[in-house]
Design a protein around this ligand. Structure first.
Ligand SMILES: Cc1cc2nc3c(=O)[nH]c(=O)nc-3n(C[C@H](O)[C@H](O)[C@H](O)COP(=O)(O)O)c2cc1C
Length: 185
């Protein structure tokens, strides 16, 4: 059994849901999980960990500053263990290569900024929840959707996340951990 740290940053809540799913999957595989909101990470005793999964979402092509801050502060510890980074965005829901390339470029840009690199990266499609956004954000996101030929659902909620693909990613990461220097027994 290993101890796996899961840290997330979210603006409208979808990445918390993604992180919850990751944590459940890791626990179901028999490991201990510490699940932390990046905003509270500085005040949280993280303890020692054998692997880490970080997740954040894209807003205007950038991930949340809290996750950037977290990596900066914990980089030395993150470099010693297998790590995964999950980027949640609308671009990741697209079938267009250039959208996926943009989502990946935003991840690489963040890695450059913090001078760190995760062992594995997953681009997860996000969600739109009208009631969680102010007028300006709603306007922006509806415009992005329209550009992609998607009309907002009248319910005000649209979820694009592929949960099965996320589960497969978590399993692949756990397997990688198992193989790497016995980090996860
Ligand atoms: C104001 C705003 C800006 C956004 N900018 C981007 C963007 O630049 N690229 C992208 O792919 N998705 C963008 N999105 C979509 C979010 O990444 C998506 O809704 C995601 O699910 C949000 O995750 P969260 O709820 O964890 O914050 C944006 C969403 C909002 C509300």
């Amino acid at each position: 059994m290993a101890h796996i740290l899961v840290v997330y940053a979210t603006s409208e809540g979808q990445t918390r849901k993604v992180a919850d799913r990751v944590a459940s999957r890791v626990r179901a595989a028999g490991h201990d999980v510490t699940l932390v909101d990046a905003r509270a990470a500085a005040a949280t005793e993280l303890g020692t960990f054998d692997a880490a999964v970080l997740a954040a979402s894209l807003h205007v092509r950038k991930h949340q500053p809290e996750i950037v801050e977290f990596v900066r502060k914990q980089r030395a510890r993150l470099e010693r263990v297998p790590t995964a980074f999950i980027s949640v965005s609308l671009s990741a829901s697209s079938s267009e290569q250039h959208d996926l390339a943009n989502a990946r470029a935003a991840v690489d840009e963040m890695f450059d900024v913090v001078d760190w690199d995760a062992s594995l990266v997953h681009l997860a499609a996000g969600a739109v929840h009208d009631r969680r956004m102010n007028f300006l954000k709603r306007w922006m996101i509806h415009r992005i959707l329209r550009e992609k030929g998607v009309e907002m659902d009248p319910s005000g909620d649209m979820e694009f996340t592929d949960w099965q693909a996320l589960d497969v990613f978590v399993d692949t990461f756990l397997e990688r951990c198992r193989q790497s220097a016995g980090a996860v027994a």
